[in-house]
Design a protein around this ligand. Structure first.
Ligand code: SAM
Length: 275
């Protein structure tokens, strides 16, 4: 695209659709840092969620990657097709990302990237943690959500979201992005996170659903001691609750907000083998 074409495209741009979380990132330096954090180059495939006007797509293509870009907005998808006509390393899929089986779009290893729509951050995160999982995923998210995803036990941000993501992946908060870097600027601050699926997740496929529900229920009682949490959630007597915790070497007075993902998994497994 020439500067002239870009100028024309800008002049006829439709308004951002807030209902689709459309805040377009304009800062090339930040876009470059996001693409570098993905770390995909020639021969690699990146699935990009919500390419919008193609700002991050450009950076991923520039690094030599093949990009499969999933965009829900019909008008934006059509414009991307027009803009990148003849670009053999880009495939544009017009769809709701939550309706696409991501790992089945690629044979072999793939990466994920996206300045994702904030209204569906959590569903996207867990959708992208289904098997076959990406080698690495880099997302631009609402800062407060990014802090919760990457939080360590016994901090105020640590909760069910932290445990459920970290049970399957390593989560890192990479850097903050101010609202002024977007057009239109969102009302909240943003941050870039990297989620790297673990080779040895603390739960296996058959346990995931039960684990997620257990963790969410336990954090519903986050101020209670674990012995009380287990008694309440599983309708146990005091001895049974304490026996489960003892078998995992967990002090019954600890509260859910101090347990690591591996400890939650151990408690659930102990319960399942005893019942
Ligand atoms: N990547 C672009 C950028 O950095 O400027 C746009 C980011 S904007 C925050 C989010 C994008 O996700 C928008 O283009 C929006 O239309 C798209 N989107 C919203 N909901 C979606 C969904 N369910 N599936 C796929 N794309 C979606």
């Amino acid at each position: 695209m020439t500067n002239h074409d870009e100028g024309n495209a800008r002049a006829t741009r439709p308004h951002a659709r807030k209902s689709l979380g459309q805040h377009f990132l304009n800062d090339t330096r930040i876009l470059g840092r996001i693409a570098s954090a993905v770390g995909a180059g020639t021969g690699d495939t990146v699935i990009e969620i919500g390419p919008g006007r193609g700002a991050l797509t450009d950076q991923l293509l520039r690094r030599g990657a093949t990009v499969i870009a999933i965009e829900l907005d019909t008008l934006l998808a059509a414009r991307l097709r027009q803009r990148y006509a003849g670009e053999s390393r880009l495939m544009i899929v017009e769809s709701d990302v939550l309706k696409v089986q991501l790992g089945e779009m690629v044979s072999g290893e793939y990466f994920l990237a996206g300045n994702i729509p904030y209204y569906i951050t959590t569903p996207i995160l867990f959708h992208a943690l289904r098997r076959p999982r990406p080698a690495r995923a880099v997302y631009l998210v609402q800062r407060e959500v990014g802090e919760r995803i990457a939080a360590a036990p016994a901090t105020s941000e640590y909760g069910a979201l932290s445990v459920n993501v970290q049970a399957l992946a390593r989560a890192e908060l990479l850097f903050n992005v101010p609202s002024r870097a977007f057009s239109p600027p969102p009302k909240v601050e943003s941050a870039v996170i990297r989620v790297t699926p673990r080779e040895d997740p603390v739960v296996d496929a058959s346990e995931e659903k039960q684990f997620r529900e257990f963790v969410i229920a336990a954090f519903g009682l986050r101020r209670k001691q674990m012995r009380r949490v287990l008694r309440t959630l599983w309708n146990l007597g005091p001895e049974a609750a304490e026996a489960i915790l003892a078998s995992c070497s967990i002090d019954p007075e600890r509260r859910p907000e101090t347990l690591s993902p591996a400890e939650f998994a151990a408690v659930l497994r102990s319960r399942l083998t005893e019942s």
